[in-house]
Design a protein around this ligand. Structure first.
Ligand code: SF4
Length: 348
């Protein structure tokens, strides 16, 4: 826990620096990034939860904004020799596993994820060894070393169809690391799932009673929830889904007001997809809460324009993803299975 607190302190000091940039400084940095991308044959691959100005920059420079599966697909097929992955570390690692010949750069390698941190490879290995009869399915939000211990990697967009498929084959499952998502998948598929116990520090903060109150204030609003949220919050949802699925739902639902329980970084692309809709953030403060969280991942917030410039300019230990060849080789297999399954799913 103390390590986590230290990490958050670093994040706070870093994001303050980013926030303090003037418009003129930001404009200069954006121009510098565009030039560096061209000079280095690099492309930006950016997650929905990053700052809107970074998502906009990726779009302006021919890069990509998406969820972790879409990011992995884009990075693998793009012709650039260097990928600038803007998100959290496991996303950079996934890009490296799928594109080992490419240089994978990140604004900072300190951008972690509570799910990844909560599932250390050595402990997870013992857990798996104690249940050798189970198929190991891990969420994309894990380290390369944990992926290397698995049979399948999944993102939230294909977790349910894949586990449904495995259940149909009579497989018993180990699921890691998010316990809320594991419980949700179990409920949807009825599969025999043994869950690891981590949570996402952002989604875990959404509050059931406060959301009920918000629904009574906006009785015509649709509620969209990411399945990393607690059970009570998921139960109040009109739509439960991955970031891409929630954006699609916001576009197609007839309601004009939409309450969203996921990282607020998603608002940028969601508002682009449905400019006529009123997007409202789901509450993160419950009964008697002394403080309210901002529904924004502190690690995603570490990604700023200065970090992007530094990543492109200096590379090296602070910015380049390096993974042992043996780990890449082993982790590639379950990731490849996910990609193949996703392709088949599209064809079904
Ligand atoms: S929002 Fe949650 S799951 Fe996503 S990177 Fe941050 S801590 Fe991890």
């Amino acid at each position: 826990m103390s390590e986590l607190i230290n990490d958050i302190a670093v994040i706070d000091s870093y994001s303050k620096k980013v926030v303090s940039l003037t418009d003129n400084e930001k404009s200069i940095l954006r121009q510098e990034i565009a030039s560096l991308l061209k000079a280095k044959n690099a492309v930006m691959v950016v997650h929905y939860y990053t700052d809107p100005e970074i998502q906009a920059l990726a779009e302006e420079t021919g890069g990509f904004v998406g969820d972790s599966l879409e990011m992995a697909r884009f990075g693998k097929t793009h012709s650039a020799s260097q990928l600038l992955v803007v998100g959290v570390r496991f996303m950079g690692e996934t890009a490296k596993i799928l594109s080992p010949e490419k240089t994978i750069l990140m604004p900072t390698l300190q951008a972690e994820c509570s799910l990844d941190l909560g599932c250390p490879a050595d402990e997870f290995r013992v857990f798996c060894e104690n249940h050798p009869d189970r198929t190991v399915v891990v969420y994309a939000n894990t380290s390369a070393a944990v992926k290397a211990l698995s049979d399948f990697v999944v993102t939230s967009s294909i977790a349910i169809p894949l586990i449904d498929y495995l259940d149909g084959l009579g497989k018993k499952i180990i699921w890691a690391p998010d316990r809320h998502l594991g419980r949700y998948i179990q409920k949807q598929t009825g599969a025999d799932i043994l869950c690891w116990h981590s949570t996402c520090i952002v989604h875990d903060e959404f509050k059931t009673k406060a959301l009920q109150r918000m629904k009574s204030i906006y009785p015509n609003a649709a509620v969209l929830v990411h399945p990393e949220s607690p059970q009570g919050v998921v139960d109040l949802a009109d739509v439960v889904g991955s970031t891409s699925q929630l954006i699609q739902a916001a576009k197609t639902l007839k309601q004009k007001q939409i309450i969203i329980a996921t990282d607020r970084g998603i608002f940028y692309k969601m508002q682009q997809a449905c400019p006529d809709k009123n997007l409202l953030a789901a509450p993160t403060a419950g009964e008697g809460a002394a403080c309210q969280t901002c529904a924004h991942c502190p690690w995603m917030a570490m990604n700023g324009l200065k970090g992007i410039v530094a990543g492109l300019k200096y590379s090296g230990l602070k910015h380049e993803i390096k993974i042992k060849k043996s780990v890449i080789k082993r982790a590639w297999l379950p990731l490849q299975r996910m990609m193949l399954f996703a392709e088949k799913l599209k064809a079904w």
